[in-house]
Design a protein around this ligand. Structure first.
Ligand code: ADP
Ligand code: MG
Length: 270
């Protein structure tokens, strides 16, 4: 089994306040993993480290990249057999890796005034030679792939609409189509359904599961609603105060377990 994510002794602090403590975890190709835990437990911070977004350069030009080491972090992160971070030093060239990682945000991160199709085509940018990407010179194959991805999430008929005219659930499906068009090997989704009504949330989770089961893509998804973790993911990693509280099969999500994990946070319940 191919290892997609390998994290060793990951520590992260922000201005002296430690957010992640000595995390270690491995995720194999084809797994669908839920990352759960109370607000502030470190889920988003961990996910950013898995994506290379913690580097902070957001894929911009070399001259705009920050220093390649950060005193606030230590440990090693390997994604898709590429070293993102070792002994706290960040790999300065994560652009190629990022092209293989689809990142889904709670707030969708679409360009509202652009068409749905053009948003989905953005998924190709990391795959094009840089000069072609900068000029937006997509090929007929890029467009076919984008349309097929929209078809897959049930929004092909919306291709020419402005993204901002779509509902939240539809926008999230467009974001997933963008990751499909990117042909990402690993999908990281940070609270993808937190802003959605139950019906839209279910559609989004159904699509993520389909990508996992049909295409064999690895999916790591942070979820506030624990019932979705139980329904959709085989494995759950629970963070509490920046530490791994539990890592194992989803049947562990019993009432007493959740009480202990969430304490008084009544929002999160089965
Ligand atoms: P979660 O996603 O589980 O709610 P986060 O990863 O967002 O948790 O946050 C974990 C901890 O790190 C929190 O204490 C939060 O305040 C802190 N934190 C996260 N991002 C930053 C940042 N950019 N600057 C300072 N502190 C941060
Ligand atoms: Mg978060």
């Amino acid at each position: 089994m191919q290892t997609v994510i390998h994290v060793q002794s990951l520590n992260k602090s922000f201005g002296g306040k430690q957010a992640l403590f000595n995390l270690g975890l491995t995720v194999d190709a084809g797994e669908m993993v839920a990352l759960i835990g109370p607000s502030g437990s470190g889920k988003s911070t961990l996910l950013r480290h898995l994506s290379g977004l913690a580097c902070g350069d957001r894929g911009l030009s070399r001259s705009r990249r920050p220093a390649t080491s950060d005193a606030g972090q230590a440990g090693a992160v390997h994604i898709l057999n590429r070293c993102v971070q070792s002994s706290g030093r960040l790999d300065p060239d994560v652009r190629r890796l990022r092209a293989s990682i689809g990142y889904i945000f709670q707030q969708f991160n679409l360009v509202g005034r652009m068409s749905v199709l053009n948003n989905v085509l953005m998924g190709r940018l990391g795959r094009l030679p840089r000069w072609r990407g900068t000029l937006g010179l997509f090929t007929a194959e890029d467009r076919e792939l984008a349309m097929a991805s929209l078809e897959r999430v049930g929004l092909a008929d919306r291709a020419w609409q402005r993204a901002s005219t779509l509902s939240g659930g539809q926008q999230q499906r467009v974001a997933i189509a963008r990751a499909l068009t990117q042909q990402a090997e690993l999908i990281l989704a940070d609270e993808p359904i937190a802003s959605l009504d139950p019906e839209s949330a279910r559609k989004v989770m159904d699509i993520l599961r389909d990508i996992n089961e049909t295409d064999g893509k690895t999916v790591v998804v942070t979820l506030h609603q624990v019932d979705y973790a139980a329904r959709y993911c085989g494995r759950v990693i629970a963070l509490k105060s920046g530490r791994i509280h539990f890592d194992g099969a989803v049947d562990a999500l019993t009432g007493p377990f959740l009480n202990e994990l969430y304490g008084g946070d009544l929002d999160a319940s089965l």
